[in-house]
Design a binder for this molecule. Structure first.
Ligand code: NAD
Ligand code: UD1
Length: 334
């Protein structure tokens, strides 16, 4: 299939490119490198040994998209391009609505003009908000607690309405839980431009000595060890979910959300221990107050994705920690 991948140079996008190329898809990337290194696509070409088209540009640029649609004629789009920092979304809401909502609208308009009918969208478990029960299934009420989360929910609604307007359109909404880990080559991974916000990159920076200690945000939650529980998913498993979603979209119509997680969860302390084991280094921690907006626990009910997409996570915690450590040491050298 010819697949246009917006934001394909990013963390999840780059891993997905490898899976697409390995399965023989023809791929074109559109990325403006707002949050990606320029050499990522060369690494993907080297690892896959396959040709890859790329366009440097913004997903809000309609004339650029029209030209890509005319030249490449994608049969499906995977839409990763977007802004994702929860804290920043509160201080720059218009910037987030512009990229995440206008970007999605512009893309859909260009797809509609070119009669491209299938789209896979990067949504997030953050659309659920405070859990009313766990694990979250796809029928859980949607009540995101941040601007970022609201942009994801609004984009889901726009995509759902677009799919409903014609009987042969398909939208797959992938609600990712907590992506971690790196490609086994250690040539692709998460490369936060500024200070990371997420747990794994922060632990990795403590292990290399770049940071003195990990702040543990809250040790008095109602969880077995008092620290927050999350459903961490290896990025290679997550990348493969997009391939399963593409196959699904080839035969189904309408819009359908899927939780993409492992169905298990781990505490902050368990993540630290796994990383200590993988790196052979001690990770000093400091107990700190709870972080605003955090919930005690999150966990996916991923059975719909198992059943309908034929997809299942296969990588465990040790692999998540070991691959993060290999990526960190190979590329950042402490
Ligand atoms: P990322 O920042 O690594 O990748 C996003 C890519 O989009 C980057 O390469 C960036 O340069 C590009 N981009 C940003 N704005 C653009 C624009 N206006 N035009 C073209 N390209 C643009 O992030 P990621 O972790 O790979 O996330 C990919 C998607 O998944 C995002 O939509 C994100 O919101 C969503 N998501 C991520 C997580 C996570 O924890 N990483 C969790 C849930 C959902
Ligand atoms: C965060 C976002 C969420 C987004 C997700 C994936 C917030 C409030 N939520 O979720 O919207 O979808 O990232 O990008 O920002 N922790 C520490 N110390 C740290 C960092 C984190 O103890 O220095 C803890 C957190 O309290 C949490 C766990 O580690 O219990 C995971 O945190 P993080 O990686 O930031 O992910 P989420 O909070 O799940």
């Amino acid at each position: 299939m010819r697949v246009l991948v917006t934001g394909g140079a990013g963390y999840i996008g780059s891993h997905t490119l490898l899976e697409l190329l390995a399965q023989g898809h023809e791929v074109c990337v559109l990325d403006n490198y707002a949050n990606a290194a320029p050499d990522v696509l060369d690494r993907v070409r080297a690892l896959s040994n396959r040709p890859l088209r790329d366009e440097t540009g913004d997903v809000r640029d309609r004339s650029r998209l029209d030209k890509i649609m005319d030249d490449f004629a994608p049969e499906a789009v995977i839409h990763f391009a977007g802004l994702k920092a929860v804290g920043e979304s509160g201080t720059n809401p218009l910037g987030y609505y512009d990229v995440n909502i206008n970007g999605t609208l512009t893309l859909l308009q260009a797809m509609q003009r070119a009669d491209c009918k299938r789209i896979i969208f990067s949504s997030s478990a953050t659309v659920y908000g405070e859990p009313q029960y766990l694990p979250y299934d796809e029928a859980h009420p949607l009540n995101p607690m941040s601007v970022y989360g609201r942009t994801k929910l609004m984009a889901e609604q726009i995509l759902t309405d677009w799919a409903a307007a014609q009987p042969d359109r398909a939208t797959v909404l992938l609600r990712y839980f907590n992506p971690v880990g790196a490609h086994p080559s250690a040539d692709l991974g998460e490369d936060p431009r500024d200070t990371p916000n997420n747990l794994m990159p922060l632990i990795a920076q403590v292990a290399t000595g770049k940071r003195e200690a990990l702040q543990v945000y809250g040790d008095d939650y109602d969880t077995p060890d008092g620290t927050g529980l999350r459903d961490y998913i290896h990025v290679v498993d997550l990348a493969r979910a997009h391939l399963a979603a593409l196959s699904y979209a080839a035969t189904q119509s309408g819009a359908r959300p899927f939780n993409i997680g492992t169905g298990q969860n781990y505490s902050v302390r368990e993540m630290v221990q796994a990383f200590e084991k993988a790196s052979g280094r001690k990770i000093p921690t400091i107990n700190s107050p709870r972080r605003d907006g955090d919930v005690a626990a999150m966990q996916a009910d991923a059975r719909r994705a198992n059943r309908e997409l034929g997809w299942q996570a296969t990588h465990g915690l040790d692999d998540m920690a070991a691959s993060t450590w290999a990526w960190q040491t190979k590329n950042h050298n402490g």
